[in-house]
Design a protein around this ligand. Structure first.
Ligand code: BJW
Ligand code: ZN
Length: 260
């Protein structure tokens, strides 16, 4: 678990910071019951690796399989609720003058928790887009059976509006993320294995500029390191509310303090 000393130090830096950038990954949604990307898949999907489904080649080879996987995940995400980690980050945004939330997650849970300044680097599972033309529309709920529906404009198969391996990230969001990482006073990396580029280079772009980087993860293993990097190990749903609480008081979770 985290050390009280580093939590207090980091809380002090957060409170004093004018610009804060936060990068999140699948670990932040784990406590909402959304499987992380590199967890072993279970049930129906146990025989596939996510890395083999999240590619344009997989979609070309077997559009029905890939669509069915995303439709299943869309159902999971729609039924899930934001957790204490999402809420703590939304609270942090309200406290910090200039706050940027950079997420690799496609689940929309940050927005549903009240975060506003969000850069979605890997797109959103809340939308489908055409595999050929510019059409974008809400992801059709409950559409797992029968493969991808046709685009209403051109008839080509719809696909999830997410970024697959080998595809470019949305350029404006990536540029804004890099600016935020390089120009912030403190950078938090939460719940990501930090393996997938270019998002994985953001914490190190910050650290190279002398920005203190705080890594929140269940494990410090494989996360890299350096003189500017501090680890808070533990579940994001506990660590982030504790950090907000240590920085600004309250209980760090606006929902928990609400009368029910
Ligand atoms: C907790 C917790 C709790 C658990 N509390 N913590 C060789 C070298 C370098 C780069 C490349 C290379 N070969 C190819 C590339 C490029 C490639 C890449 O990076 N590959 C690497 C895997 C090697 N990148 C790309 O292709 C990107 N595009 C690109 O680079 O364009 C330029 C280009 C074009 C053509 C050729 C080459 C370059 C695009 C990347 C798109 C990634 N898309 C996905 C799918 C999105 C849609 C979907 O969701 O299906 O994004 S892949 C997947 O990984 C998803 C995630 O956003 C992303 C990151 O995963 P994340 O969030 O870190 O999750 P996990 O599961 O890995 O980790 C969870 C962590 O949480 C763990 O650490 C746990 O410990 C922790 N945790 N519970 C706190 N309660
Ligand atoms: Zn189309």
């Amino acid at each position: 678990m985290m050390s009280t000393q580093s939590l207090t130090d980091i809380a002090g830096r957060l409170r004093a910071a004018r610009r804060v950038a936060v990068l999140t990954g699948a670990g932040v949604s784990a406590e909402s019951g959304i499987p992380t990307f590199r967890d072993a898949m279970t049930g129906l999907w146990a025989k596939y690796r996510p890395e083999e489904l999240a590619t344009p080649e997989a979609f070309r080879r077997n559009p029905a399989l890939v669509w069915q996987w995303y439709a299943w995940r869309h159902g999971l995400v729609s039924a899930a609720e934001p957790n204490a980690a999402h809420r703590a980050l939304a609270e942090m945004e309200r406290r910090v003058p200039d706050f940027t939330l950079i997420t690799q997650n496609v689940d929309g849970l940050h927005r549903r928790a009240g975060s506003q300044s969000i850069l979605e680097l890997h797109g959103s599972l809340e939308r489908a887009c055409c595999s050929r033309c510019d059409v974008r529309q809400p992801f059709p709920a409950g559409s797992g059976e029968g493969g991808p529906p046709p685009c209403p404009a051109c008839g080509a198969p719809l696909r999830p509006d997410v970024v697959w391996f080998g595809e470019s990230l949305p350029a404006a969001a990536l540029e804004a993320a890099l600016d935020a990482a390089q120009g912030c006073d403190i950078f938090l990396s939460d719940g990501t294995s930090n393996l997938v580029q270019p998002a994985a280079s953001l914490p190190w772009a910050a650290a190279r500029r002398g920005v203190p980087v705080v890594v929140v993860n269940l494990t410090a293993e494989g996360q890299g390191g350096g003189p500017n990097v501090t680890y808070l190990t533990g579940p994001a749903g506990q660590v982030l509310p504790a950090l907000v609480q240590a920085a600004w008081g309250g209980d760090g979770d606006p929902l928990a303090s609400r009368e029910v």
